[in-house]
Ligand binder design. Structure first.
Ligand SMILES: [Ca+2]
Ligand SMILES: [Ca+2]
Length: 168
């Protein structure tokens, strides 16, 4: 794993205080995070914001509305009230501007590193990500399996499935 020492993924119990603990089957997973977006992907307002891509890694349709996502400062938001088909991805815009729409979060991501917690409908932590410092248009991405580690990749694929490995 390139730069693996800088990258860590924890399905956390102890640290995700507000969300509780869950070691069950994961359906919704973090698939891609970019904390310094330079015209890589634009939101519906034409703005190149930080983003978080989630993927439905299960074989069932997922209702997103029951999930919450939060950052290291304790800010959090409920995901949009919509469904996500198996294998599909959804983009969350980490622009600190929730008034721009249901997919916009009340926080941004620090390019120097940040923490992200995804919680499920029952208030349990699905995933806790310790985001390392990322360069311009560099991503933390998950390839292949839903339980694969998040790794650094310089070829993000915003709003599209990631495939089996980081593109060269
Ligand atoms: Ca925006
Ligand atoms: Ca992607």
């Amino acid at each position: 794993m390139p730069s693996g020492a800088r990258t860590s993924l924890l399905v956390s119990c102890a640290l995700a205080l507000a969300f509780g603990c869950n070691f069950g089957e994961r359906g919704l997973v973090v698939s891609e995070i970019v904390s310094t977006n330079d015209n890589l992907w634009l939101d519906e307002w034409g703005q190149d914001e930080d983003y978080i891509e989630l993927r439905n890694a299960s074989d069932k349709t997922i209702r997103l509305g029951g999930y919450v996502i939060g950052d290291g400062s304790g800010k959090r938001a409920q995901l949009p009230d919509r469904t996500l088909e198996p294998g599909a991805v959804v983009m969350l815009v980490a622009d600190g501007t929730p008034e721009q729409g249901a997919h916009h979060l009340p926080f941004k991501l620090s390019s120097l590193g940040d923490v992200l917690v995804l919680g499920d409908a029952h208030g349990f932590a699905v995933e806790r990500v310790e985001l390392p410092a990322l360069g311009i248009n560099e991503a933390l991405m998950r390839f292949d399996r839903k339980d694969a580690p998040l790794v650094l990749c310089k070829r993000p694929s915003p709003n599209a499935p990631n495939g089996a490995k980081c593109a060269k």
